[in-house]
Structure formats: C-alpha cells, structure tokens
Unconditional design. Sequence first.
Lengths: 322, 322, 322
Amino acid sequence: MNHFTSIHDVPNIEALIHKALSIKHASVFESPIVNPKSNIQNPKTLVLLFFNPSLRTRLSTEKAGLNLGMNVISMNADAGWKIEFEDGVVMDGDKAEHVREAAGVVSQYADVIGIRTFPTLTDRERDYAEVVLRQFQKHATVPVISLESATLHPLQSLTDAVTIEAHKKTARPKVVLTWAPHPRALPQAVANSFVEWMKARDVELVVTHPPGAELAPQFVDNVQIEYNQRKAFEGADFIYAKNWSSYTDYGRIISPKENWTVTAEKMALTNQARFMHCLPVRRNVVVEDAVLDDPSCLIFEQAKNREFAAQAVLEEILNKHT
Amino acid sequence: MNHFTSIHDVPNIEALIHKALSIKHASVFESPIVNPKSNIQNPKTLVLLFFNPSLRTRLSTEKAGLNLGMNVISMNADAGWKIEFEDGVVMDGDKAEHVREAAGVVSQYADVIGIRTFPTLTDRERDYAEVVLRQFQKHATVPVISLESATLHPLQSLTDAVTIEAHKKTARPKVVLTWAPHPRALPQAVANSFVEWMKARDVELVVTHPPGAELAPQFVDNVQIEYNQRKAFEGADFIYAKNWSSYTDYGRIISPKENWTVTAEKMALTNQARFMHCLPVRRNVVVEDAVLDDPSCLIFEQAKNREFAAQAVLEEILNKHT
Amino acid sequence: MNHFTSIHDVPNIEALIHKALSIKHASVFESPIVNPKSNIQNPKTLVLLFFNPSLRTRLSTEKAGLNLGMNVISMNADAGWKIEFEDGVVMDGDKAEHVREAAGVVSQYADVIGIRTFPTLTDRERDYAEVVLRQFQKHATVPVISLESATLHPLQSLTDAVTIEAHKKTARPKVVLTWAPHPRALPQAVANSFVEWMKARDVELVVTHPPGAELAPQFVDNVQIEYNQRKAFEGADFIYAKNWSSYTDYGRIISPKENWTVTAEKMALTNQARFMHCLPVRRNVVVEDAVLDDPSCLIFEQAKNREFAAQAVLEEILNKHT
C-alpha cells in the first residue's frame, strides 16, 4: 500500500481487515506484536500532524506506531502554522509557509506522515476536492495516512468493517447507517467513508435519514436510501448512528420534525442489532442511555479496534516501503 | 496496588517509600532500572491526561514510565475536550462527550491512566467529592493514578515522605507544615495530602497557619494546629511551606496582617530544619531567597524524588495488573 | 562539548561538521546509527522546552534524540509558564516561577536540555544579552542546547555549514548572505549565526543588504558588505537568503525601494549558485517560485541535515558527559 487516504488506496480490502483481526488476536494473547521489519537500530518514524483536534485517533495511531517499534512524533499544527495551498501566490499575507515546503520538510524526517484536517463546511467545492490532504500528499515524498480528512475517515471505516466482520452472525448482515440529531454542524466524513467501505463488503446496506440529509451522490449512488427510520431498522443486524450536516445546503444543521434519536424502543425493531458509533457521542441526543449502556453495544470495541486498524495500515505501508 | 488516588489506595506505605528509595539508589549507581516485567515486545502504555497544566508532574511521570520501558502518551485535555459528568443528561449543550465514553475509550489504549484535574475553588462540595477523578476512575477499566486532583496530590506527598525518610536525623522528626502567603487563590490539595501522609508516618506533625486558613476537618482531626508560626518552628526538623486558599470561606485568598513568609531568621528558630516546598515557589513571597539558596534546602531533591515516587507507584500497579 | 549555544561552545568545528556528514552517510546506507554509549537500560533523557513555536527544529531534534536511543520529552512552555529572570525580586506579580527553580527542576529529569526562545525585538539590550538562554544555562546543572535563541540559531548554522561542505565545488567557495523582503518583523538570529559560522569556515563571505539592514557590529566586523545585491551575486557559489528586521532601528521592518526578492534572473549572475534558505520561506516575496523549484535548490537537503547536525551535537555532548 502506498498511501491510505481512502478505500481506493487499498489493494486488498479483505486481506487488510483480516490482518487487523489477526493483530487483535495476537494482542489479546500477548504474543509478540512487533513487526519483524522493525529494527531497534533503525526505527521508522511516524509523524502525525493534527490541523484539527483529536483524542482517539491520536491515541490509537500513536499506540499502533509504538506497537510496531516506530518513533512517533505528534504535532498540533492547528494554531499558528498557516499554510498556503495555492501555487504562484505572492505570499505577503498571513500564511508563512507553502505546502510545497511544509510537506517536503516533514518528509525529510518521517517515513510515514499522518494528517488530520477537517472541512470548512462553508466551501463545499474546496472540501470535496480535499485540497489540504491532496496537496500535502502531492508534495510529500513519503506515504500519507489520513487521520480524517474533509470528506472521509478511512481509519474509522476500516475499524468499522473489522468490527462488523468480527460480530456478524450471518454471511450477509443487514447494516443500517442512520442519521441522528446533533446541536452542531458536523462533517459528512464518517458517513461518506462508512458507505464507501460497506459498499465494498458483502452486506445489505441501508442508509436512513430525513429529507435534506442526502449525502453526496458519488457516495450513495446505487445505495438503498430509506427516509423512514423505523422501517430501515426492521431486521437490521447492525445500527450505525452518526450525525452529519447538510451536503445540499452545505454545512447547515438539519433539524427534522420527527425524533431521529436512536432509542431502545427503535432497537427492538431490529434483529437484535449491535449498536455502533464512532464517538464522541452525545447521550440522549444521538442515542439514548439505554442503548449505549446495553452490553450488546459495540462502541468500546470499535475504539479498541482503531488501534489494530491503524497498525494493519502502518504494517502494510512499511512492508511496501522498507 | 489497584489505583493511586490517595494514601488509602496504598496497601503498605512503608514498603512503597522504600521501593522509591531503592529505585533512587539504583538510579544513582546506574544499575539497570528497567522493571523485569517490562517486555520490549509487549510494552505497557501509560496515558497521561492533563485537564490542567503541568510541568514537573508531567516530566517526572513521563520519565518514570519511560524508565519502566512503557510507552507514554501525554495529552493536554484542557482545551476543547468538555466532558459531561452527570448521568441521564440530554447532552445538547457544550459538552461533546460523557465521562462514561471518555474513560471507557482511553481504557482501550492504556494499561494505566494518569489524570490531572484542579478544583473549581468555587464549588466546595463538588471539589471535595472529587467528581472528575472519581467519575473517571469509576468508568475506566484500568488503574488510575492521580497527577493531582481537586483536593489531593498523592504523588507529591509520597515524594515528600520519601525525602523526609532519606533526611531524617532522628527516629521521630518534627515536621512543620506552614501556610505561606501567595497573591493567587491556590488549591488545598498539597496541604491536605501532605497532612494525610504525615499522619501515617512516625513524625511529630504540626500545622501552622493564620486564622481563616483552617484545612478541612477530615484532614486535620487529631492534628496539632499552632496559630503562632514562630512557636511552631521551634525545634522543627523539616519546614514544609505551602500556600492554600480558604476552605471555610471557600477559595478566598487569605491575607493575614502578620508576615507569614518563611525567612532565614525564622529558620534559625528550628533544629537546623531542612526547607521543603513542592514548587513552583514565589521567591520573597512564600520564602526568602536566603532560605531557598541555602545548601540545606531540599527543593531540588524533592523534584528529583518525584521521578522515583512515580516509578515506584507504576511498578506496584504493573506488578499487580500484568 | 559542554553546551551548544553558539559557535564558541564548539572545540573543533571541522570535526563537528564531518561528524554530521558521517552520521548522514551512515543513515543513507541504513547502517546502525545508535550511539554505542546509549544503553536501553539506562537511556538518556532529552527535554526540549519551547518558549516559542517550532516545527522543523522540534521534528529534527526529537528525531536526532530518538536516533541516539534517548527518551525525548518536548514541552510547549510558551503559554502559562511565566518565568522570573531577575534576582532578588518579590515575586508577587504574574510570574509564578524563578529561573533558578525552573532550570534546576528540569535539570533533575534531563541529561540534556534544549531551549527555544525568541527575541522581544523591542528591547535590544535584553535580547542581545540573551537573558533567557544565559540565565537558564547558568542555573541548569546539565548541558544546554540552543534551539534558536534571541540572537543566534547555531543548530541551523551548523546545518548550513554541513550543507555547504557537502556541495562546494571549489576549495574556497563564494558564499553570499542576502537580505530579502518579508512582511513581518523577523529576528536577526539566523543571519547573525550564519555569519559567525561562515567566518570560521574557509569561504569567501559576502553579506548584501539594503541600507538600514546592517547587522550588529560584533558579527560583521571584518565581513565584506555589499549594498548592491546584483554585484554581490556575481560569481557566487551559494546564495543564502534571509529576511531580518533592523538592528539599528531595533525591530523595524525594512522596506527598501529596490526589489530584493531573489529571482531566477539574479541567480543567473552567479556561478550556478545553489540556493539556500532555513525555511519557512514566503514564495515570491523572499524568493521566486522558479528558484525554489529548480533542482539545484538545497532547501530540503538543509532540512534533512538539521537531523544530522542535531545528532552530532547530542553525541558530542553525551560523549563528554556520560
């Protein structure tokens, strides 16, 4: 694997998911988890650049790198490091460094670069062009991993695919992505990315959301959309809840009249579905306490699987590049 | 040891102090200080969460973890990570994550979690209930170490007990905790915790402070209080200076008419007492230059002992849990 | 080597440059780069204190320390850690810690301390006295490395000397330091330091700048100054561009009437000179795109050499002190 910025970078999705599961298995039984390629005298360096804040992505990716014997250097680049992404500009404004130099310099020190960058939610064209990630990737000379970009969150989606693979009870489970309420305008990245990965898996995918919450057509073409949340839940094996702001009226908070909170009563419509969410989650807004606190809820296992997903991705990249 | 949030978590105080002293001894003689339980192929992970800023606690605890071959990940959680601690709340306000998920998620990545959280100094009931620490501990699934909480600072107090043990010249030294002036409202945590640990040691403890600086009764019950600082200093072997704001008129800055600064002249009343302070210290407000710059002053040795105290605590916890 | 705060700390400049080059050579060929003195059971600790923001200095110095098997702890000390540098002060203002304690405490945990501290650009006397760095160094009990101080940036200059050594085509190359425009008031540190190091090398050094951009006399005494940029460029083997604010009218932004931007057309006056800049660089203000994007440009090699320069310095200091 050369980069990991979307599902399209992955040569063998099935193999990557099973690699993560085998890392998880080894971890539980405390077998050695160090990559045989790692070398204490020549450790590889993972540099993580956070243009936006991060908790679980940072913890899980740092840990994955350390598991592999890598040196990990994390930098909060959110304040003060203003980068110019346009070519040919006279840089006499507030941007002190061009992405050509920024990406080129970090590449001098890193064997792999991770980047987190959120959308503007005001400039749809720019966000969906993934200007920050793509420009950084273009000018970096080492592999780039997305730690969540403007429109995608592939490390989360790989984790979700791993979690579903580990807990499916039928060959072709019904997986429902349901929109849920939230007081803030959130990116569409987790939803876009989840749909992209589920389409590549052997699952029955249904996306349910109120009118106005339609995702970008390039993601949901050929995907079953159901505007009736209760109907969508019927027979579901996995309920994946997530809020996102409007794609069509870009960045607007969607406030449907009906109650879209995931409740225990709605979960009773399913085939004893396992509840999933990428976290952080607002209790009793996105989902009721009763659902989160039920033993069948998978949110902590998802969080744990982030580590193995990141480790699988790093191993694939290191195996290719070292 | 399961957790380390107060002296009550410690099964054998004497043994813990001597463990820290033996780590210190090994360190000086450059013998191996790596825990035999540590395993380079399965390193344990220490996650330190700072809800409040930290310099020496962070440096010393990170170093202690690294000494033990642990992977250490520190996160400044002070800005932006607003956590809900109440159960059953509809989370439609400014708090994006509930402590149930916050503690549960960090537990997925950490073998030990360290938490620093300061008091509000406005809500005494909440501070003394240690809501943040106790809720985090309740919902974490791995051991929790206090890096200073609202009302206690046990890593500092263990350090102080180690320092006194190493420098006592008599079987039962006289230890004086003296209040000292400060322009800001400071927590009572260091003072509460010091009293708690000294009560468990074979020392003659005297607490001296102006009227209005009384500590919480649960800490100073059965402790000798002396409102006359000079009288308290007579015959002392250790002078431990610290400012704290009012417990009774909660959070108020105490401004006595008399001068409570520790001076060389006052130190002359003691039995050649060693001066101690947890740092940072305001020179010529808390204590005169002459006292700090005297070779008998123990502040840097206290700072150094923080490392060995943290390492002893981590070793005890790792030995129990791995 | 005891410290590394300016060229005057270096016993053998030639040897240090060649040490960096040999580390670089070993790195390229993936030979072991671990210092034989390093010991996994007793790793040395490098504490980096950033009183001002840093990207490439932090990345390169952290990586250099990790290359040597050191434990590296970086702290952003820019916000909240206000330090008193004057002796004898009654510390009842906003400064919570004296440099005596700050440096003394960090020395308890560190085997080597790195410090970054920028100038005020308003108080020339204080900046050129290097109060922060010198006071920290005075009260530290372990070696101190400058990560750029108020008036010097020796890690950058060592890097530049290494880069020139590796790319010179004649025994005595012509090296031109040219002032360049910038919209902000920048320190003189890189320029001062570059001049200081080049004077110690076997090069023909020319400094070119507009009137008003004169550097401090202690640096440019006996240095060839040329106010005509085009004339300075003639026959140059290396063009080193850098903006700095006024030393004489301290901290003022210099805005000459002529265009001082380094252009491809000006580069054509040279002896096929290699372009150098410490980065970050403002494109089309300091230097044209065409110059930066030309394959002969050395900026990324300079960035990479920062790692080897820092590693050479750390090795010299560790060899002396451990």
